[in-house]
Each structure stands twice: as structure tokens, then as C-alpha cells.
Design a protein around this ligand. Structure first.
Ligand SMILES: *Cc1c(COP(=O)(O)O)cnc(C)c1O
Length: 399
């Protein structure tokens, strides 16, 4: 070896050219991408949308995940970014500029509505909240300045189902695009682009990641110009993803349909049981026949997800904390769609005027994991026992 010893530490022997094939996609890390000659280097900007020019703009690993998501969504193009929230911000900022208007349903993911107040408004983008039950009636709210209409069906926490094709028709008639936060259903249960939506967004952190250890979001489109606007905006915002995270997401995708079917079947059994319990005033899941969105959900969705809310009797409000800590399997935490069951407590009535149909009482959002029906029922029963021990009226009998 003639090189200085320091030099040889940074220049390992040339890699074998023998082909290596594995079942799973390789993780290829890079910030720097190298070029064979000056001409290729100088023309690297041409490789932004398809080739490789710099790690931030795509690696073979991230591109493979994007191609996979595009195929699953029935899209021509997809982009993965660092979180679901990043995908919401990206979609909005790629489409709207100062002076434009964006419509968001009350039921949209909470932090997205905060973004509307604290990031979009100062930029001169006006966000108007609409009632998710308006469906085709959203038309009159879409004025000439409206560039984008968000939908989320069913909505976060309260699970209102939106008539997405009707909203798409109204938006397109007025020249606005539609973006769907499809995190609850994922592409497995609902493919927004097939219903006319322009941007199909999902938080891959939830069902796709599936194990509570991944943050990622995706947007999928069928329009090349729109894709390029999204890609450019992602570049200007400096959004990139780690190849390790992409590989983790790919691993999650392999079992996604199975996990979702299993969690949904478990959730149905748990909801049947909950519907016999007097502690529960209301179950919010579109698969329930008494849910106001049941018919549209049946028309548009290929199945059910294991995420829903329950409204408890109002007198349990002050007993919630102790009841929650009696459970061992349902852990208290934001997020959902993973192998571990979770419970999240929030008050969806805050800032909303359209919840007259919601019974009074604490709202628990449950995400059903891969534990058994019996064990999960026993766990919830422990929380309910705490209520029974502390209220004067008997709760054991069905109302
Ligand atoms: C979790 C979630 C998001 C945000 O995803 P993150 O990856 O956590 O940023 C967006 N929309 C919905 C409906 C969600 O549940």
C-alpha cells in the first residue's frame, strides 16, 4: 500500500461487482452523490425529479418507497416526507400562496388547524373552517381565491364521514384542488385519487409504520406538474427522509393489510361488547349502523379500521384519570394504528360548533392493536370497575 495510512482509512478497497440480491430493499445512505465527469455534475439539477443528485432530494431507498406508495395509491407519483404533519404543510404550501384561501373541515387533524392560524394566516393564506357534514353544500364557500379544499374522512376524534366525491365535484367546478388526509383508512381501505381527489396524503407514522417507532408522511398524485410543485416545495423547505426510516416503512407495509384486517375484526368485537355497557353513552365508528356516515362509508370504503372513539357518561369526567391508570394494555398516548392498543383523551368540543349530536361526557379514542379480544375487554372492564366503585347510581345494568 503506497497511500498514507490516513488516506487508506477513508478509501476502502473497491466493492465487489458480484450481484447481490435480497428479498428486502437495501438501505443506501448518502448526503453526497458522486458523478463520473464534469458534464454529469453540471447537469445534476436535471436529475431532481427522477435521478439522484444529492441525498436530500432522494436516495435509491426513498425512491423505491415512493414508487411503492404511488403504486399502492393508484398514483403516478408519490413523495415521502419526515412526518404526516410535514405532508399536510407541504401540500398546503405547494398549492396556496399569499392572498389565497384554503378550506379545512372542523374535524381535520388538530395540529393542521393550528398551522392554519399560526403559520398560514401570517403568510396571508386565509384558512376557512367548514362543517364536515356539508358535503356538496361546501360549494358556496369555495370562492375565486380558494385554491385548496382539505377533507379528512372519517375525521380525527369524532369520525364524521365526508361525501368525498361530492366535495371533489364542487371544488373542481370552482377550480379548486382537493387534498385528503387519508390516515384513518390508508390506501388499503380508501384510495382518494380514485374518487377524484388531487392529493392523497397519509401519515405513514400510523398504520403503515405500525409499531409506534416511525415518523413519516406521504403525498401521492396523478398530475406531473403538481408533483413537481410538491417536490420543489419539499426541496425549498429542506424536507428529507432517512433511508433507514424508509426501510422500516417498507417492512411495515408488508404486513399492513393483515394487521389492519385483524385490528378491525378485534375492534368490531370490542365495539359489540361496548354497546352493551351502560358506561358507554355513544360509539363513534362509521361501521356502526347508527353512525350518521354509515351509508357513505359503506359506499366508498373497502373495510374498517380499528380506531374509534367512545363517549362515556358525563359523571365519569372526574374519575377518568384513575380509571385510565387501572388499564395495563391500553396505554395512554397520542398516535394510533400500531400493534399496541392505545387510548387518547381529548375534548373534541373545543372550538367546534357542530357537535350538537355528540352526547355529553368524556371522549376516549381507542386504537386497537394486536392483543386478543378477551384481554382487551378485561382491560377496559378494569377501568369501568373504577367508575362503578365511585358513582352512586348502579352502572352494571344495561340502560
Ligand atoms: C397522526 C396524524 C397526522 C400527523 O402525522 P405525524 O406523522 O404524527 O406528523 C396527520 N393526520 C392524521 C389524521 C393523523 O392521525
Amino acid at each position: 500500500m503506497t497511500e498514507n495510512v490516513d488516506t487508506s482509512h477513508v478509501h476502502p478497497p473497491k466493492r465487489s461487482s458480484e450481484p447481490f440480491q435480497a428479498l428486502v430493499m437495501p438501505v443506501e445512505r448518502a448526503s453526497t452523490v458522486i458523478f463520473d465527469d464534469l458534464e454529469a455534475f453540471e447537469r445534476r439539477a436535471e436529475r431532481l425529479y427522477d435521478g439522484f443528485s444529492y441525498g436530500l432530494y432522494g436516495t435509491p431507498t426513498s425512491r423505491q418507497l415512493e414508487d411503492h406508495i404511488a403504486a399502492l395509491e393508484g398514483a403516478t407519483r408519490a413523495l415521502v416526507v419526515s412526518s404526516g404533519m410535514a405532508a399536510i404543510a407541504l401540500s398546503t404550501l405547494a398549492v396556496c400562496k399569499g392572498g389565497d384561501r384554503v378550506l379545512m373541515p372542523w374535524s381535520l387533524y388538530g395540529p393542521a388547524r393550528d398551522m392554519a392560524d399560526r403559520l398560514l394566516r401570517p403568510l396571508g393564506i386565509e384558512a376557512v373552517c367548514y362543517d364536515p357534514r356539508l358535503d356538496a353544500g361546501v360549494g358556496p364557500l369555495i370562492d375565486q381565491r380558494t385554491r385548496l379544499v382539505w377533507v379528512e374522512s372519517p375525521g380525527s376524534a369524532t369520525f364524521e364521514v365526508q361525501d368525498v366525491p361530492a366535495i371533489v365535484a364542487a371544488a373542481h367546478r370552482a377550480g379548486a384542488l382537493v387534498a385528503a388526509d387519508n390516515t384513518w383508512a390508508s390506501h388499503v381501505l380508501f384510495r382518494p385519487l380514485e374518487h377524484g381527489v388531487d392529493i392523497a396524503m397519509q401519515a405513514l407514522s400510523k398504520h403503515a409504520g405500525g409499531h409506534g417507532d416511525l415518523l413519516m408522511g406521504s403525498v401521492a398524485v396523478r398530475d406531473e406538474a403538481l408533483f413537481r410543485r410538491l417536490k420543489d416545495t419539499a426541496r425549498f423547505l429542506g424536507y428529507g427522509v432517512s433511508p433507514e426510516d424508509c426501510a422500516l416503512c417498507e417492512r411495515g407495509l408488508m404486513t399492513l393489510p393483515l394487521r389492519m384486517r385483524h385490528a378491525a375484526a378485534t375492534a368490531e368485537a370490542i365495539m359489540d361488547w361496548l354497546s352493551t355497557r351502560s358506561e358507554v353513552a355513544q360509539i363513534l365508528h362509521p361501521s356502526r349502523r347508527d353512525h350518521p356516515g354509515h351509508t357513505v362509508w359503506k359506499r366508498d370504503f373497502a373495510g374498517s379500521a380499528g380506531v374509534f372513539s367512545i363517549v362515556l357518561r358525563p359523571e365519569f369526567q372526574r374519575l377518568q384519570s384513575e380509571a385510565l391508570s387501572r388499564m395495563r394494555l391500553f396505554r395512554l398516548g397520542a398516535s394510533w394504528g400500531g400493534v399496541h392498543s392505545l387510548v387518547a383523551v381529548s375534548d373534541p368540543r373545543k372550538g367546534r360548533t357542530d357537535l350538537e349530536w355528540l352526547r355529553p361526557g368524556p371522549v376516549w379514542r381507542l386504537s386497537i392493536g394486536l392483543e386478543t379480544v378477551g384481554d382487551l375487554k378485561d382491560d377496559l372492564a378494569k377501568a369501568f370497575e373504577h367508575f362503578a366503585d365511585h358513582v352512586l347510581t348502579p352502572v352494571a345494568a344495561t340502560e
